[in-house]
Design a protein around this ligand. Structure first.
Ligand code: NI
Length: 167
C-alpha cells in the first residue's frame, strides 16, 4: 500500500467530476486500499478519489472511534434524503477550516463495496454528513462552496498563503 498526496484547495483538480467504475479490478482495489491508508494516516474520517487525483467514483469512510469500521463506497448514489441538520465540517483538502454546513439528516445510499457487491446504507448523524460531504467531492464540489462569497474569498486567501509558506 502507499500514501497518496491529498490535493489542497484551490487546486483545480479538485473540481473534476469522477467517472463510474465499470469493473472492479485489482487496480481499483489497490486504489481503495491506498485511499484507506491515506485517510487513516491523515487522519480523517472520509476521503474521496478526486482528492487524491484518482478519476474513479470511490469514497472511503470511517467515522468510528476505534477506526475499525471501514466503509468503501464505489459508484455511490444518494437515493433518498430526509430532514435537515447543521454540523461543523472540515476537509482534508481545506486544512484548518471548520464551518457549519446544513445537510440532510437521514439518507439512503446505494453503492458497490470493495468486492463489487451491491450495498445499501441508511445513515444518519455524522455518517450521513460524511457521506454527503464525500459524494460532493465526486462532483467536483467542496463544502466551502456552500459558504458566503466573502467567507470563501477569505478561506482561499488563507490557504494560498499557507501553501506559499510551506514551499
Ligand atoms: Ni472533504
Amino acid at each position: 500500500m502507499a500514501l497518496l498526496e491529498i490535493l489542497k484547495h484551490p487546486d483545480p483538480r479538485l473540481r473534476k467530476k469522477s467517472v463510474a467504475v465499470e469493473k472492479i479490478t485489482p487496480l481499483i482495489q489497490r486504489v481503495v486500499d491506498d485511499m484507506f491508508e491515506t485517510m487513516y494516516a491523515a487522519p480523517g474520517v472520509g476521503l474521496a478519489s478526486i482528492q487524491v487525483d484518482e478519476p474513479y467514483s470511490i469514497v472511503v469512510i470511517d467515522v468510528s472511534e476505534e477506526k475499525d469500521q471501514p466503509l468503501c463506497l464505489i459508484n455511490p448514489k444518494i437515493t433518498q434524503s430526509d430532514g435537515e441538520m447543521e454540523e461543523e465540517e472540515g476537509c482534508l483538502s481545506v486544512p484548518g477550516i471548520f464551518e457549519n454546513v446544513t445537510r440532510a439528516e437521514q439518507i439512503t445510499v446505494d453503492a458497490l463495496d470493495r468486492k463489487g457487491d451491491p450495498l445499501q446504507i441508511r445513515a444518519e448523524g455524522l455518517l450521513a454528513v460524511c457521506i454527503q460531504h464525500e459524494l460532493e467531492h465526486l462532483q467536483g464540489m467542496l463544502f466551502v462552496d456552500k459558504l458566503s462569497r466573502l467567507k470563501q474569498q477569505r478561506i482561499r486567501k488563507r490557504l494560498e498563503k499557507q501553501a506559499k509558506e510551506t514551499l
